[in-house]
Design a protein around this ligand. Structure first.
Ligand SMILES: [Zn+2]
Length: 632
């Protein structure tokens, strides 16, 4: 949290145990990385180990200690080393000696993948043996941190084959004790709670061990509890539904930094396309985009490869390297940042076991970004009321806590057919899938919809009662064919498609349909216009006013007494491609507040300022991939 982080992960193979430590460290030093995450132990050890059931790589040359050599040389170059462990699988010899430590499918069979046997998070390998392995590692090496992969029983193997839930004796007994029933065939809410609890117990035990043996070392895995950092990945997989999510790194880092502000966000920038093609890299501009997004939201700069840095496709590395070098040269700006955003977008309902509509969330994320509204994402409701916001936005999930927030004077925008967990308007019913329209009844209320009387409506819709004269109303489905009959039976209703309520000193606007999900899928300007007009009603004094292109992403951050405005050019993204961004010129910006100086860092320059009724105005002469404006 006190130093800028430039983090490289080498996902070493067992054959890399013979790598040349000085070559790897000189490559990292040349790149200006200051953290190396590399394989240490678990499935194979990269150092001589004396612990039973822990095996050095067969490719570790006799008498060599590759991990120790890398650690020593990295430290000599002021590069921190985080050791990677994976306890989710191990060798047959361990299974033969302790079959009770292992994952059992419903039919009693173990899970075997490329000769390795899957362990169970509740078994003795994780609970006892792993602690012995880690104790040796922590006593032997002055590591700066430990990272754990695959924490918790996976229900699919790397090839995507479903293996179901673990039915080992320990799981069966614990599940019966805790839930008074048998383990289900597919995970339900109770089973998810069981796995959550199981993985958190092991996470806490490992955390306690690390803190006792190496109090200065960081603790990382993909779990938020007990750890020192919030890990996530920006990655791809070929069977994911389109569209791609070009805001992946912003989403992960914004959410992590604003959900757990006391922890650093380490969003790994994964170079490969999918598990089957770990040596093929994603487009190099995708690597660049994620890098700038990691930095712009106050996270660590990261880069991940499989194997060593001697790659068979070097495009991603060659893209990342100059960005790391540039970030090192300007590192005073990439530490101690916190969000200056005055708008909060609620993320996932963390820890509730409830699923949520990601499309609604992502559509709202895009709307805010394209409107250049700085916003913080948080999953953590403990935030409410502790940091002030001008507007809180909920998509899909509007928790009861928003009521007291509104009562105290807060402004809330809800865009979801799911009724809020507090009374905004009397709810009659929710239709699951409607193919109708929304009628604009009052054009004066929606200046962006001057040329639009009808908005497309698809998906769920909740009918509410309201005594106010509605400004937007529902048009139910009508005939769609043949063309001679199109909508000739269309009829208007008085059913409101928007309700507004005063709660205490505050205001709640509820759009009882999934505006965000529609925008995510269709990108219709009418939906964006509706959002813009409603947002302006709630927050007429925006933090940023600009003529920037919608695909210029901006983040506004505090850093000590400075304010930092980051601009990222997303115009290179189209369909499944990431190309060099289209350069932009003369971006006019007004930022709320009085600033006496502004300078650009990526294209070094000083910007003339003009004070304009509570705002400071300036022009950014040009934007290529990224720009940082430092305001004092
Ligand atoms: Zn089990």
């Amino acid at each position: 949290m006190r130093e800028p982080i430039r983090w490289v992960q080498t996902n070493l193979r067992q054959t890399d145990a013979s790598l040349d430590p000085s070559r790897l460290v000189s490559q990292l030093a040349d790149m200006k990385a200051n953290v190396l995450l590399q394989g240490m132990g678990g499935i194979v050890a990269y150092y001589p180990t004396k612990v039973e059931f822990h095996y050095p790589s067969p490719d570790l040359p006799p008498g060599r200690d590759m991990f120790g050599d890398v650690l020593r040389q990295a430290h000599a170059h002021h590069i921190r080393v985080v050791g990677r462990f994976d306890f989710s699988k191990t060798q047959k010899a361990v299974f033969d000696a302790h079959p009770e430590w292992f994952f059992r499918q419903a039919n009693g069979q173990p899970v075997i993948y490329n000769g390795l046997y899957s362990t169970c998070i509740n078994g003795g390998y994780y609970r006892v043996q792993a602690m012995k392995i880690l104790t040796e590692a922590l006593e032997k090496y002055d590591v700066d941190g430990l990272f754990f992969n695959m924490f918790g029983n996976q229900s699919r193997d790397y090839s995507g084959r479903p293996v179901g839930l673990c039915h080992c004796d320990v799981c069966k007994r614990l599940y019966r004790e805790q839930f008074h029933k048998e383990i289900p065939d597919t995970p339900d809410d109770d089973y998810r709670r069981f796995m959550f609890r199981s993985s958190r117990e092991v996470a806490a035990a490992i955390g306690a061990l690390i803190r006792a043996r190496r109090p200065q070392a960081g603790y990382f895995n993909y779990i938020q509890e007990s750890t020192d950092g919030i890990m996530s990945e920006s990655n791809t997989a070929i069977d994911r539904p389109l569209p791609l999510w070009p805001y992946s790194a912003s989403d992960n880092v914004n959410r992590a930094r604003n959900s757990e502000p006391g922890k650093m966000a380490v969003n790994l920038n994964m170079q490969f396309v999918d598990f089957w093609w770990r040596f093929a890299t994603v487009p190099r501009q995708e690597i660049a985009l994620r890098s700038w997004q990691n930095l712009a939201h106050g996270g660590a700069l990261t880069f991940e490869v499989n194997g060593t840095l001697d790659l068979q496709d070097r495009q991603a590395l060659e893209e990342a390297k100059p960005i790391f070098q540039w970030a090192a040269a300007n590192q005073q700006y990439y530490v101690g940042e916190s969000s200056a955003a005055r708008v909060l977008l609620l993320g996932a309902p963390a820890g509730t076991g409830r699923t949520y509509d990601q499309n609604s969330y992502r559509g709202m994320f895009r709307l805010l970004s394209e409107e250049h509204v700085p916003f913080a994402v948080s999953d953590n409701l403990d935030w409410m009321g502790k940091r002030s916001f001008d507007v809180v936005i909920a998509t899909d999930w509007a928790p009861a806590a928003l009521r007291s927030y509104a009562e105290a004077g807060g402004k809330v925008l809800i865009a979801s057919a799911v009724p809020p967990e507090f009374d905004v308007a009397p709810v009659e019913r929710t239709e699951r899938d409607i193919k109708g329209y929304i009628r604009v009844r009052d054009h004066a209320a929606f200046p962006s919809l001057r040329d639009t009387d009808l908005l497309l409506l698809n998906g769920p819709f909740t009918t509410v009662k309201s005594s106010a004269v509605p400004t937007l109303t529902l048009i139910p489905p009508s005939m769609i064919g043949p063309p001679e009959f199109i909508h000739i039976d269309m009829h208007d209703t008085d059913t409101p498609a928007l309700v507004s309520a005063s709660i205490g000193k505050g205001t709640v606007i509820w759009i009882p349909w999934n505006l965000g999900a529609l925008y995510y899928r269709l990108s219709l300007p009418a939906h964006a216009g509706l959002f813009r007009d409603l947002f302006d009603r709630l927050d007429p004094a925006r933090q940023i006013r600009t003529d920037a292109h919608p695909l210029i992403e901006m983040s506004l951050m505090h850093q000590g007494s400075r304010t930092l405005l980051h601009l990222i050019n997303l115009t290179g993204h189209s369909e499944t491609g990431y190309f060099p961004p289209v350069p932009m010129q003369a971006i006019h910006i007004r930022i709320a507040g009085d600033f006496h100086s502004a300078k650009t860092v990526r294209s070094p320059g000083t910007l003339p300022l003009e004070a304009a009724s509570g705002y400071t105005a300036f022009t950014i002469p040009k934007l290529e991939d990224y720009e940082l404006v430092v305001l004092n």
